[in-house]
Design a protein around this ligand. Structure first.
Ligand code: PSU
Ligand code: MN
Length: 334
């Protein structure tokens, strides 16, 4: 008896400790963690379509002032197509969903002095109250947290060339495997290893839909030579796919790959030779880790005399229109 009562009190204090621990582990109210703008918050609570946008593309993907102009234009395109834009970034340590013009410009001017923030960097940027520009992985994380199912960007990260040796595989791919947000992008740049990127997405269980094509696009160009099994031909097709993924509770993201419009696609050989040169320079200068993607993007832009930047801007705008239409179709389904 005595031993049973002492064991019961021991187990009750163990239970108490466990319950304290689980309270500690329980996620805090996401509204308290993310500052959602009034407009985005109203749209979300009334079921109005919202489109998330990332911020590394602003800070690290393009130079000022083209980055600010593009960010504003992309938001306007989302609105023109019936959805509310929610650019996501961390400002002074506070994750924000929905930036005003002043905040957008601040981020655009900060450029590379904002911290490029992937999932692994979020806690650090918040704890030290820094300014963080969110990559695809971190933007997906916050979009899911506040309940935005559709997210538009230019290109996602992937398996780097020689990634089988360096293990440099973007956390965008693992995030797509674990976070149920649909990412609308123009595929993957050929600075990366496209076939291995698709293999890795398959391993992660990510549904990849190619928009009005059977082939995965290569960002600057419409084709990559890699076929994908899922073809989607309209915003409604995409919405049904996203809805099925959500209803089945699969838990992973969906990648919708929208080819760059023909009239804006860059000459494949021009881009490819610039990429080869940029890759050689990156190796010579020992640029690795999260500095590699911004370095390659900037060098390819310089080496193509800005042609790649113009294509980049055009495809992001096209993705914004398609993504907004998908989010409208999705809102009508639910
Ligand atoms: N690809 C682009 N433009 C970009 C990026 C990738 O064409 O701006 C950015 C995105 O924010 C993406 C990130 O999530 O780079 C991937 O970086 P990394 O390769 O370090 O994972
Ligand atoms: Mn990397």
């Amino acid at each position: 008896m005595a031993s049973s009562s002492s064991s019961s009190s021991a187990s009750s204090s163990a239970l108490k400790r466990l319950s304290n621990l689980s309270n500690h582990l329980r996620p805090t109210n996401s509204n308290a963690l993310v500052k959602v703008s009034a407009e985005v918050s109203e749209a979300l609570s009334s079921g109005h379509p919202v489109v998330a946008l990332e911020s590394t593309i602003i800070s690290h993907g393009m130079p000022y002032p083209q980055n600010f102009e593009t960010a504003k234009e992309v938001e306007a395109i989302v609105r023109d197509n019936g959805a509310v834009p929610a650019t996501i970034a961390i400002l002074d340590g506070i994750p924000c969903a929905g930036l005003n013009l002043e905040q957008l410009e601040r981020l655009a001017q900060l450029g590379k002095s904002a911290q490029k923030t992937a999932r692994r960097d979020i806690a650090h940027v918040v704890a030290t109250k820094r300014n963080g520009a969110t990559t695809v992985s971190a933007t997906m994380f916050f979009a899911a947290m506040v309940g935005i199912p559709v997210f538009v960007t230019g290109g996602i990260g992937g398996v780097h060339r020689h990634g089988e040796h360096t293990m440099d595989i973007s956390s965008d791919l693992t995030e797509l495997g674990r976070t149920p947000v649909a990412v609308i992008s123009a595929g993957v740049k050929s600075i990366l290893d496209i076939p291995r990127t698709l293999e890795y997405l398959e391993t992660q269980g990510v549904c990849v839909g190619a928009y009005k094509t059977n082939e995965f696009p290569a960002f600057f160009t419409e084709t990559s030579g890699c076929k994908v099994p899922c073809r989607v031909d309209s915003p409604e097709d995409c919405a049904r796919l996203i809805d099925a993924n959500r209803k089945l509770n699969l838990g992973n993201g969906v990648l919708i790959a929208v080819p760059i419009p023909k009239e804006h696609s860059a000459s494949g050989s021009l881009i490819e030779s610039a990429i080869q040169r940029a890759l050689t320079e990156a190796r010579e200068k020992n640029v690795t880790g999260n500095a590699e993607t911004p370095f390659l993007l900037a060098r390819v832009s310089e080496l193509t005399g800005g042609a790649s930047l113009a294509s980049n801007i055009a495809l992001v705008k096209n993705n914004a229109a398609v993504g907004a239409k998908i989010s409208v179709a999705l809102a009508q389904l639910t």
